[in-house]
Design a protein around this ligand. Sequence first.
Ligand SMILES: [Zn+2]
Length: 169
Amino acid sequence: MESKYCHSCGEQIAKTASTCPKCGAPQAGSVSHLISAATPRNKTLTVVFALILGAFGVHKFYLRQYVAGVIYLLFFWTYIPGLIALVEGSRFVFMSDADFDNRYNDGQQVNKSGPLAPILAAVTILMAIIAVLSIIVAIALPAYQDYRKRAEARSNKDKPLSKTPPARS
Ligand SMILES: [Zn+2]
């Protein structure tokens, strides 16, 4: 069986263990390690959370801003948290790693953006454009359909019922 060493107590444990059986420390790569308050926050992951699950405040919970997270979750149906999260996600993309670590990792410089950073920035901008376009369509389409319906109703009213007079018996 493959094994690794617990980063906390040094005990040899199963490679797939999500927590150390001896000291209970969450192990890297597990969900519990990801959300553990002691784990440094990853900037890329924060951006992904904000853009994909931001309406539910997932990036807020991840950044340990639990009150804000609950507010997002309560009001997600208004679409407002989703829009704010989109802006926040874009801000994280353009925020320097050092700035992010100063804000969310107590100044521990743990984030080092790799070659994916420009791709992420491009995807963010694209998602923002799509979001804005879908809002415009969501507002404009029902208005257009309403206009069409009214125009149709009006032309039906103006139209004479029949061009030839009804035949008399
Ligand atoms: Zn341990």
